[in-house]
Design a protein around this ligand. Structure first.
Ligand code: NAG
Ligand code: NAG
Length: 516
């Protein structure tokens, strides 16, 4: 059978699977809308990456309130670091979360590529990855040197300026043999390896280039071990790698194995499973810092291929931890401590500051696990409290997404620019100040605070597709620019949802349309 036929078959099998979900959903009663325009959400989420672009903007730039910026990044250090993404509402280019964003965008596309293509958004999704990977190529200036930050949180946050006017320090920071950073180098290797899979057929030359960088970066990360925040002081208080670098080393090896099928990488994942915590850590969080649940889900996928059965024992240990995570999201583990906390409205709640990242990463992993269960012969996930079906996992994932898009007590979409009600005072320097295209007069460091930050007016520019930090533990949300814990968006918040939106859109158009 050729691949297309297999795809078609799996889609038709999927149809049956979804039909049962359809009955679950239409039989539930709720005052909130049961579904949303996911294809609109998909389109918007990809626009957000254009709003976050640093560097020289191309002619086909669709977010037109932005302009070129950061054109001297790296100049002081004699390296071209123009490009990449601003992390959030500020203008620091933080390597660790930027790489995680690209890894998750890539993973999202690897899983749900056909749905993204059907929605005619594949080119935009590939561009979003490439804007990141082009930058990583520049930043990886020699085998054991990776530039991992431009600007710093302390001086950047002192000013409230558009990126086009930036007067803050653009000092660049690197990791190398003497000041290693296995976490950031490992994550960048993972991002480039995952992206190489995405580009394999469509741009083989670029894919090989990414793989070459990924392999070198992994060697560097593994050979010169250390936490990057111990060498780069300015990243402390912003993106300290609290979980250390062992998760990134396993994660990078796993992605390199997926990209190369070279057994050396699989052996690394198997041999270090215990020592690096891969089969030891039971955890209810998956984030830019803590990758274990993602590694465990990837390892679970390997179990379903015949050729990996010689590693059955270790892979099953990984899978049992993956299932701990998935069951914790469904609140089906024994004991409250082993389960995720939810807001009364039903959103995953991990912590006060930028909580939405956990809802989106949780929604992603449960959807991927639902697909995996569905494909395998195991039609049930055995949690401590009870068995869970793939349909229930899919429904859980959809509920998180629906909450995000407006099915919540405030009827607020936390995806900016989506639906009738969304945050209008997003903590975002560029969006909150008049567009550079409308007024290119210089706006100084503190002038922005006086004239724009303090204003109670909505932002003049809508940062469409940004996923903000979201509500507190009680579903409450204050749409204020100073409320950065809730109104700031980060690039990694939305990355995992790109594929999920595409898949829900497909399901919506094929099945759910009957419920309108
Ligand atoms: C969804 O949104 C798109 C715009 O992005 C629009 O063209 C389409 O008609 C919408 N679909 C529905 C079912 O409302
Ligand atoms: C949210 O929408 C529902 C259904 O339309 C409505 O009953 C409810 O009052 C709304 N809540 C808020 C806070 O706007």
């Amino acid at each position: 059978m050729n691949n297309n036929l297999i795809k078609l078959l799996s889609i038709s099998q999927y149809y049956c699977f979804i039909l049962s979900l359809f009955f679950i959903i239409t039989s539930s009663k709720s005052t909130n809308p049961l579904s949303h325009n996911y294809s609109d959400a998909l389109t918007k989420s990809l626009l957000y990456f254009e709003a976050q672009r640093s560097g020289h903007l191309p002619h086909n730039q669709r977010v037109t309130w932005r302009h070129h910026s950061g054109l001297t990044d790296g100049l002081e250090q004699g390296v071209d670091l123009i490009g990449g993404y601003y992390d959030a509402g500020d203008h620091v280019k933080f390597g660790l979360p930027m790489a995680f964003t690209v890894t998750m965008l890539s993973w999202s596309i690897i899983e749900y590529r056909e749905y993204i293509a059907r929605a005619r958004e594949l080119d935009h999704a590939l561009e979003a990855i490439k804007w990141g990977t082009d930058y990583f190529i520049k930043a990886h200036t020699s085998p054991n040197v990776l530039w991992v930050e431009v600007g710093d949180g302390y001086t950047d946050h002192y000013c409230w300026q558009r990126p086009e006017d930036m007067t803050t320090s653009r000092q660049a920071y690197k990791v190398d043999e003497n000041s290693p950073g296995s976490d950031v180098a490992g994550e960048t290797a993972a991002a480039m390896a995952a992206a190489s899979v995405v580009f394999r057929k469509i741009n083989p030359r670029y894919s090989r280039l990414l793989l070459h960088h990924a392999q070198q970066l992994f060697e560097f990360a593994d050979k010169y071990r250390g936490k990057y925040d111990e060498n780069i002081e300015v990243v402390k208080n912003y993106y300290t790698s609290v979980s250390g670098y062992k998760d990134e080393l396993l994660w990078a090896a796993m992605w390199l194995y997926k990209a190369t099928e070279n057994h050396r990488y699989l052996s690394y994942v198997i041999d270090n499973a215990n020592e690096f915590g891969g089969t030891g850590w039971s955890i209810t969080e998956f984030s830019w810092d803590v990758k274990y649940a993602g590694i465990q889900v990837l390892a679970s996928q390997l179990l379903y291929e015949e050729k990996h059965l010689k590693h059955k024992n270790i892979l099953e240990q990984y899978r049992s931890k993956a299932e701990y995570y998935i069951c914790s999201c469904l609140r089906k583990n024994n004991g409250t401590k082993n389960n995720v906390v939810f807001t009364p409205g039903g959103l995953i709640f991990i912590r006060q500051w930028n909580n939405m990242q956990y809802a989106s990463s949780g929604s992603f992993l449960t959807m991927v696990y639902s697909d995996l269960l569905h494909k395998s012969n195991r039609k049930m996930l055995k949690c401590h409290m009870e068995d869970v079906t793939p349909q229930e996992l899919l429904q859980f994932s959809k509920h998180q997404v629906d909450y995000i898009l407006g099915s919540n007590p405030l009827n607020m979409s936390y995806l900016v620019g989506f639906g009738p009600k969304f945050p209008t005072r997003v903590h975002h320097r560029g969006a909150s100040i008049v567009s550079y295209r409308e007024n290119n007069g210089f706006i100084g460091c503190t002038e922005g605070y006086d004239n724009w930050y303090a204003s109670s007016d909505p932002n003049p520019n809508v940062v469409v597709g940004a996923l903000v930090g979201g509500p507190n533990h009680n579903d409450e949300f204050a749409d204020k620019r100073g409320n950065y814990m809730q109104t700031e968006a980060c690039t990694y918040n939305i990355a995992p949802l790109v594929g999920i939106f595409a898949k829900l859109s497909y399901l919506e158009n094929t099945i759910f349309h009957q419920s309108y």
